[in-house]
Design a binder for this molecule. Structure first.
Ligand code: MN
Length: 290
């Protein structure tokens, strides 16, 4: 199933070029009192919600996808985990460019470990990216986003995929510079997730998906998740060797080579096989209203 969040927090099933409005399925999410259970409430109750959504689909209002504004399919992730260097050719380009690597050792993913982006940075493709520090390089990074479905501690490579709810396209927007990644990459609007959640039953092998990114129609990144140094299972095992993952936590699994700057007014097109494609605009001014 392809589940999207659109407009004013409506829930949709994506079918071809259409969205079926199944917002009534959100009633399957139990109300909670403080302190709420860790995790995104929809993903925590994903099975109930998708069951209800299926039963509502036949009589649902149909809208054109092109006529709705898509938001991040996960509304409230507890954390956004990121692999900074997980494709060899990106490691090579980072080593060759002091703006990217900053002179630090970066031979292998374990030299850096994983880092977290603030959840307040998260948007969907229907909202614009608002650039901060325009005097610096602001780069695009297209990445496979893994959506965790179940609480997960010390996963193994063998059982890691049991904890996955599904996948989406992630855009890890980045200001280049010497500060910590959690600072430079946590700007409001610098974590894009979309266009929708594709449940894992529709993705037989997450480690063999073509991913690409264009800026104003010009190809910039084009690779395959088969080139990840740590595949999805290994990333989950690595992350959970240090911390618990909860339903709705996102793992941005690293970007391939071809990262580069964007400018105000640019249009980014990101695509991953089986997961769809989205366009997202860079606001022409930080405070531009859209
Ligand atoms: Mn990245």
């Amino acid at each position: 199933m392809k589940l999207c969040r659109f407009d004013d927090n409506r829930l949709g099933i994506v079918e071809g070029e259409d969205v079926l409005d199944v917002s009534g399925a959100l009633d399957a999410i139990p109300t909670q009192r403080w302190p709420i259970a860790p995790g995104d409430p929809l993903i925590l109750n994903l099975e109930r919600v998708t069951q209800r959504a299926r039963s509502l689909a036949a009589s649902a209002t149909r809208r054109k996808l092109s006529a709705v504004s898509l938001r991040s399919p996960v509304a409230n992730p507890g954390k956004i985990v990121n692999a900074p260097i997980n494709y060899q050719k990106h490691i090579d380009e980072a080593k060759a460019d002091p703006k990217l690597g900053g002179g630090r050792k970066l031979d292998h993913i374990t030299d850096w470990g994983l880092f977290l982006k603030a959840t307040s940075a998260l948007i969907g493709p229907g909202e614009p990216i608002r650039l901060r520090m325009p005097e610096r390089r602001n780069d695009h990074e297209v990445e496979l986003a893994v959506v965790i479905g179940r609480e997960c501690r010390k996963a193994t490579v063998e059982n890691a995929l049991d904890f996955v709810a599904g996948y989406a396209i992630g855009l890890d927007m980045t200001i280049r510079g010497p500060e910590m990644p959690s600072w430079r990459k946590s700007v409001d609007t610098y974590a894009v997730c979309g266009p929708w959640l594709t449940t894992k039953d529709e993705v037989p092998d997450p480690n063999n998906l073509r991913l690409s990114l264009k800026v104003n129609g010009e190809p910039r990144q084009d690779s395959s998740t088969s080139r990840m140094v740590y595949n999805v299972q290994k990333l989950i095992a690595y992350a959970t060797s240090m911390y618990t993952l909860y339903p709705g936590d996102l793992i941005f699994s690293g970007t391939p080579e071809g990262v580069g700057p964007v400018q105000p007014g640019d249009l980014i097109t990101a695509e991953i096989e089986r997961l769809g494609r989205f366009d997202i605009r860079i606001a022409s001014k930080y405070d531009e209203q859209v």
